[in-house]
Ligand binder design. Structure first.
Ligand code: RIB
Ligand code: CA
Length: 319
């Protein structure tokens, strides 16, 4: 059987610890996905830091060739809101990565997303959806031409910023509603949505982190260090860390690890306590997304570790 042709992808992100791991996983799987560019948004930390962190991570992975485009510095209308209390003031759990070579691309992140969509590249969006929403506003017919959109965001049963709202949606609900209520996607290519209901199913525990650090080289040790600085209320109560964003990348490469169900999505944008809530109507006859509901968690975390160790080996490990 001939090898599948790698899928060209672009990742819109707010690195962010799990964003960093998502980028490393994509680069580790270059036989299956070709990371053609990275766009960054405000989110876990401010835009200047998310852009700088994306450059640091691509250099850590030995891919300074991947262009990084800085996008929108703030939400459409909501006040700026970050998660530095979770991802650390530097956005990478306090791990100090070298800047590496190459700077930021001159093209704005939104324009890069539009160009990548027009080239038929899959978008994996793992931060607030401001860049994606502005791209759809700037090019109204873009949705019909986007081959595939995979989004980490939302919480059907519960949020993680408020009881109702997950961070990526809460940070820019107006942008999320613009994206998640769009209906002009290509036939059979609705966005795939990874909410907390799926991402919370896979936990990286202390043994997994220790084994990764012991088994790999600089990349694995950096990931272990970042995870060590990644504390959220849910990781404490669950006894493990959730790499939400890496799961969205994983779907693009190993869809067999996940189950999805079609649903019509809406996002609450009023100013009440439900602001930023994602509503998934799984009974709708007019679904607007395929929502991840089940994860083969042991297979996912085992495969993730294998890929990160392999990336270190490819990069020459500790040599
Ligand atoms: O709620 C989890 C999401 O918010 C992840 O994308 C994480 O990086 C933060 O941005
Ligand atoms: Ca993120």
């Amino acid at each position: 059987m001939t090898d599948p042709i790698p899928t060209d992808i672009v990742i819109d992100c707010d690195p962010g610890i799990d964003d960093a791991i998502a980028l490393l996983l994509a680069i580790a799987c270059s036989d299956r996905v070709r990371l053609s560019s990275i766009t960054t948004t405000h989110g876990n930390v401010g835009l200047a830091l998310t852009a700088r962190n994306a450059c640091k991570v691509r250099s850590l992975a030995g891919r300074p060739d991947v262009p990084v485009h800085a996008g929108c510095p703030r939400p459409l209308t909501a006040p700026l809101h970050d998660a530095a209390h979770i991802h650390g003031d530097n956005g990478l759990g306090g791990v100090d990565l070298p800047d590496g070579e190459g700077g930021l691309a001159a093209v704005h992140g939104v324009d890069a997303l539009i160009a990548e969509a027009e080239r038929g590249r899959t978008l994996i969006a793992v931060g607030p959806l401001t860049n994606v929403a502005v791209a759809l506003i700037k090019c109204p017919d873009l949705a019909a031409r986007w081959p595939r959109l995979v989004i980490m965001g939302g919480g059907v049963a519960a949020g993680n910023v408020t009881p109702a709202a997950e961070f990526n949606i809460f940070t820019d609900p107006e942008a999320a509603r613009t994206v998640l209520t769009t209906t002009e996607w290509p036939e059979n290519a609705r966005p795939v949505l990874f909410p907390l209901d799926a991402t919370h199913q896979a936990l990286l525990g202390p043994d997994w982190i220790a084994d990764l650090s012991a088994s790999g080289g600089p990349i694995c040790r950096a990931v272990a260090g970042m995870l060590g600085g990644y504390e959220t209320p849910s990781t404490v109560e669950r006894g493990g860390k959730c790499v939400h964003d890496a799961m969205a990348v994983a779907w693009t490469i190993r869809p067999d690890l996940f189950e999805t169900r079609p649903a019509r999505i809406d996002v609450v944008t009023d100013s009440g306590t439900a602001r930023g809530r994602t509503i998934a109507d799984f009974a709708s006859g007019e679904p607007t997304a395929d929502v991840a509901t089940d994860v083969d968690a042991p297979a996912f975390i085992g495969w993730l570790k294998e890929k990160l160790i392999a990336l270190d080996a490819l990069r020459g490990g500790d040599s």
